[in-house]
Design a protein around this ligand. Structure first.
Ligand code: FAD
Length: 380
């Protein structure tokens, strides 16, 4: 168990206050999929967007575990599940690859905007014919003098409609080769870059998502993040951070949901007894608790291993799978515990199910995580 310091607890409490404020009108904004601009102003002022980045860029210079602990607090208090998703997407899509792989010039130019939240970030990896199979990526980047020319389209870009910069992954080498992909930082107002309309979706509606079209977009060669051909390496690093930062938010959400379910099960009476006294109900709450505790262990143990520079390939896959599936199971159980009230939109319980399904798809589906674990076991 990690003993958090007073300073870490204070940061988390501030994130929890912020989350509560942002989530106030979540039920009104969910049907229309309205991103909280007020929330973004608050999160910009809080410094949270710059947590894991160097102070020289306006960040807080916090370590991975502290960043996770604070984001867990945001998830615990924020009832607008889409908002923390946009926050973590901004941080991991742009700041994380820049910090690790960006040139000094790129860091100087873009990291202050990431930390301040003045330039919202997004990443564009998935394509119409290349989702789980990224090797099938068709978007190309061809060197022309001191620029690359990008052509292609990207299918699901979280933050797309509100983003100022895009980390675009494009093919610069032979299809299928491990060094075939390069990562580019592309500004929104680049000629030839078109952002599609916000896409209507099942959950995480307040986190806008769109397609992205690249039609002869000229990007300075110096905007490559990492060396040419290192796109898979960049993405591997980004995915580790994405899984830890976005799913620790789900841990916070599960903690809140469990507390609400226990409260309801102790106060709601049927047949003259609190429903929590029926084993069929208490078993659900126990399983939710096990989901919380298991998720916490996998998230923080994996983060500690990553910080210690150990190989976390299997751990990351297990963490992603365990937390996303626990979150979905917990959200479904909560609807059942609340009965008809859980099914009604106005109680905000059913929305969690719709949000949680997304977690089993993005950052690599549940099936792909199982494939990765199998591969690490020498099974193909
Ligand atoms: C809410 C949300 C936000 C997203 N945000 C982004 C973003 O910001 N940027 C971005 O680039 N992408 C984003 N994505 C896209 C996401 O990464 C892809 O949807 C995901 O990788 C799956 O790809 P696909 O949708 O093409 O499905 P497919 O790859 O076509 O998969 C369809 C089904 O087949 C299964 N399958 C495929 N291959 C295998 C296999 N080898 N073994 C077993 N099963 C297999 C999958 O598990 C799945 O069940 C987002 C998706 C969602 C839902």
């Amino acid at each position: 168990m990690i003993n958090w310091t007073d300073e870490q607890r204070t940061l988390r409490a501030a994130a929890a206050d912020l989350g509560a404020a942002v989530g106030k009108d979540h039920l009104e904004r969910d049907p229309t999929g309205e991103f909280s601009r007020t929330g973004w102003t608050l999160v910009r002022e809080s410094g949270l967007l710059g947590m894991p980045f160097g102070t020289e860029y306006g960040g807080l210079g916090a370590d991975l575990l502290t960043t996770m602990y604070v984001l867990e607090g945001l998830g615990e208090s924020c009832r607008d599940g889409g908002f923390p998703f946009s926050v973590t997407t901004h941080v991991v899509s742009t700041g994380i690859p820049l910090q690790r792989f960006g040139s000094a010039e790129l860091k100087q130019r873009y990291l202050p905007g990431v930390c301040a939240g003045s330039a919202i970030g997004a990443h564009a990896i998935s394509e119409p014919d290349a989702g789980s199979d990224m090797m099938a990526m068709r978007t190309t980047a061809v060197l022309d003098g001191d620029h690359y020319v990008l052509n292609g389209s990207k299918s699901f870009v979280s933050n797309g409609p509100i983003a100022d910069t895009f980390m675009v992954y494009a093919r610069t080498g032979t299809p299928g080769a491990p060094d075939a992909i390069t990562t580019f930082l592309v500004e929104r107002d680049s000629p030839g870059l078109h952002v599609g309309s916000p896409m209507s979706k099942m959950g995480l509606r307040t986190s806008p998502l769109s397609e992205l079209f690249l039609d002869g977009v000229r990007v300075p060669a110096t905007n490559a993040v990492g060396r040419p051909g290192a796109g898979f390496l960049v993405l591997d690093h980004v995915m580790k951070w994405e899984i830890l930062l976005s799913f620790v938010v789900n841990l916070g959400e599960m903690e809140h949901r469990l507390r609400e379910c226990v409260r309801h099960a102790r106060s709601r009476k049927q047949f003259g007894q609190p429903i929590g006294s029926f084993q069929a109900v208490s078993t659900k709450l126990v399983d939710m608790r096990i989901g919380v505790e298991t998720s916490r262990k996998w998230l923080y143990d994996t983060a500690e291993k990553l910080v210690a520079r150990k190989n976390v390939t299997t751990d990351i896959a297990i963490t992603k799978l365990v937390v996303s599936e626990a979150n979905l199971a917990s959200a479904l159980a909560a609807v059942q515990v609340f009965g008809g009230y859980g099914y009604m939109t106005e109680y905000g319980v059913e929305k969690d199910v719709r949000n949680a399904v997304a977690g089993t798809i993005y950052s690599g589906t549940t099936e792909i995580q199982r494939q990765r674990i199998a591969a690490m076991m020498g099974l193909g």
